[in-house]
Write a protein that binds this ligand. Structure first.
Ligand SMILES: CC(C)(COP(=O)(O)OP(=O)(O)OC[C@H]1O[C@@H](n2cnc3c(N)ncnc32)[C@H](O)[C@@H]1OP(=O)(O)O)[C@@H](O)C(=O)NCCC(=O)NCCS
Length: 216
């Protein structure tokens, strides 16, 4: 099962909204999704999976696609998304510094704990920084949301700035979190295989060849 992470397009919005409805109590109008993509077309991403059998079929023949709201098109279905934006709140306390905001993130239940949210977030942060010159990004998270808190605080190194009492409609408090963005730190090459520093001089195949020969 291959999973692709790519920029979200208008065609994906229905699937993103459906994923949001399945995964989170904070839901938005279709217009608000559209507003994100029209205003910041480089800031939102989807994770999709493809079913090679369905890809080969004509969409009109695949009746199941019509029933499954996660399908974007024949053979491709949304399994996660991140909805990102630049802060355009007229009441913002920081109008001087361009900064981004993550409106929503979710991954369908059967695709969790595979690193998808981590990758979606990193793409979004990189895009906000590179395309819109965001100097930092902020978000809100429920105090009880352990999975998201681990992702933001431990994996992505967001800082907790404040606790916003009764932020959510059901009365739960939110952590207001922020992460400073530095383009070089957000490059995929910085965090992928980050443990192994390449000195750019030694022969990369040396160890592999020796190990391979001695194992024979
Ligand atoms: C929060 C959510 C997006 C995480 O998605 P995911 O794809 O499973 O996350 P990842 O696989 O990328 O995991 C990222 C990190 O979080 C950790 N994590 C994921 N789920 C966890 C859980 N239930 N409890 C504790 N840690 C968890 C992973 O172990 C990983 O940590 P590591 O970097 O130390 O290895 C997903 O659980 C979800 O969609 N939840 C419902 C919607 C939601 O809460 N959205 C966030 C709103 S603010």
């Amino acid at each position: 099962m291959a999973i692709t992470i790519r920029l979200a397009t208008i065609d994906d919005l229905q699937g993103m909204q459906n994923a949001n409805l399945s995964n989170l109590p904070e839901n938005y109008t279709f217009k608000y999704y559209l507003y994100h993509l029209l205003s910041w077309p480089q800031a939102s991403f989807v994770a999709t999976t493809t079913d090679p059998e369905l890809l080969e079929q004509d969409e009109t023949q695949v009746t199941d696609i019509k029933k499954d709201t996660q399908y974007v098109r024949s053979g491709e279905k949304i399994v996660g998304y991140v909805l990102g934006k630049m802060d355009d709140d007229p009441d913002s306390t920081d109008k001087e510094t361009p900064h981004g905001h993550v409106t929503s993130l979710s991954v369908m239940r059967t695709y969790r704990r595979m690193g998808l949210a981590d990758k979606l977030m990193r793409q979004c942060l990189f895009a906000l920084c590179e395309n819109y010159k965001a100097e930092y990004v902020s978000l809100h998270v429920r105090k009880s949301n352990r999975a998201a808190l681990h992702l933001y605080k431990d994996t992505l190194k967001f800082e907790v700035l404040s606790i916003e009492n009764s932020y959510y409609q059901d009365g739960e408090d939110a952590y207001y979190m922020k992460k400073k963005l530095k383009l070089d730190e957000l490059l995929a090459s910085t965090f992928q295989n980050a443990q192994e520093e390449d000195d750019l001089e030694s022969d990369l195949l040396e160890g592999i060849v020796v190990d391979g020969v001695s194992a024979l």
